[in-house]
Write a new protein. Structure first.
Length: 298
């Protein structure tokens, strides 16, 4: 799979490279959401807001202060992590449906806040911020699209490694214990509130990194880009890819990237009806997601 991913750099051109870069960005966001939902059992309908935080931090730093894009990526992740932790600490006193509604409110409010006149000097309001795609460094024989895809792929592999180490260690076992039986987990010493808050923050940090890559790849950010549908799409992605699996993030990202376009080609009159039918078929026939299907086939 790694060889295939790297080969895309040389065989894909223009828009195809952009699509590949967006798949990496969505996969990182789905990794973060899967840590929260699949491994910790918390449902978020507002992760599009953290995607927006990452994108806007990168856009503001690059546009207003001339910060290099490769510095903006970790900064955006750190800012999103802090915002996620600060939001999650009080919100996680809620459970189940009430937590989902709190995050839903966050997802709805984020685009409106970005349009607010109080933040307009930084965010550009409804007009957004335009960015330039970075050129390849060190004289590498790659154009801007090729280079940024390679850069995104390296970041994606690093984030996958971080997620893998996290879920396979003691922290991952604590997260799963809180998901499966919170009362029993707290009885054996797992600090429930702290575990949930930190997981929420880490999940938001992953999503912020994804938003940062998105901003540079698209070269433009605006509030309407991060509407509520983005948060719902991310949740759909982990369900299709496989809840509680790391590789499911990749399959879910491919689904998010291509299925809406395919649905529009099937029916221009009602593309979302086709999208809904495809989603229902996935839920009924593959309740464990594509990752578990591939594991069974292997």
């Amino acid at each position: 799979m790694l060889v295939l991913a790297v080969s895309v750099t040389f065989f894909a051109k223009g828009y195809q490279l952009f699509q590949a870069t967006m798949i990496v960005s969505y996969a990182i966001a789905l990794l973060g959401l899967n840590l929260l939902t699949g491994y910790n059992g918390q449902i978020s309908l507002g992760h599009g807001a953290f995607y927006a935080v990452g994108a806007y931090v990168t856009a503001i730093l690059m546009d207003k202060y001339g910060v290099p894009y490769w510095v903006c990526v970790p900064i955006s992740g750190a800012v999103a992590l802090v915002v996620g932790y600060l939001f999650g600490r009080p919100a996680l006193r809620l459970e189940g449906l009430y937590l989902a509604l709190a995050t839903f409110a966050l997802g709805i409010a984020a685009p409106q806040l970005l349009k607010s006149r109080h933040f307009e000097p930084w965010t550009g309001g409804s007009s957004g911020i335009v960015l330039n795609k970075p050129e390849a460094p060190f004289g590498l024989p790659l154009d801007a699209d090729q280079w940024f895809y390679v850069f995104s792929l390296v970041v994606g592999l690093l984030m996958l490694l971080v997620a893998r180490n996290l879920v396979s260690g003691a922290s991952g076992r604590a997260m799963r214990a809180m998901r499966d039986h919170p009362l029993a987990a707290e009885a054996i010493g797992v600090p429930g509130s702290h575990c949930k808050s930190v997981t929420f923050g880490i999940s938001a940090g992953f999503t912020g990194v994804a938003g940062s890559l998105f901003a540079v790849a698209v070269q433009f950010v605006s509030p309407d880009t991060f509407a509520m549908f983005l948060s719902i799409s991310l949740l759909v992605g982990i369900v299709v890819g496989g809840v509680g699996t790391l590789w499911g993030a990749l399959y879910g990202a491919v689904f998010i990237m291509f299925v809406p376009d395919l649905a529009e080609k099937v029916s221009k009159a009602a593309p979302w009806a086709v999208y809904g039918v495809v989603l229902i078929v996935f839920v009924y026939l593959l309740p464990g997601g594509l990752a578990r299907l591939m594991r069974r086939r292997a």
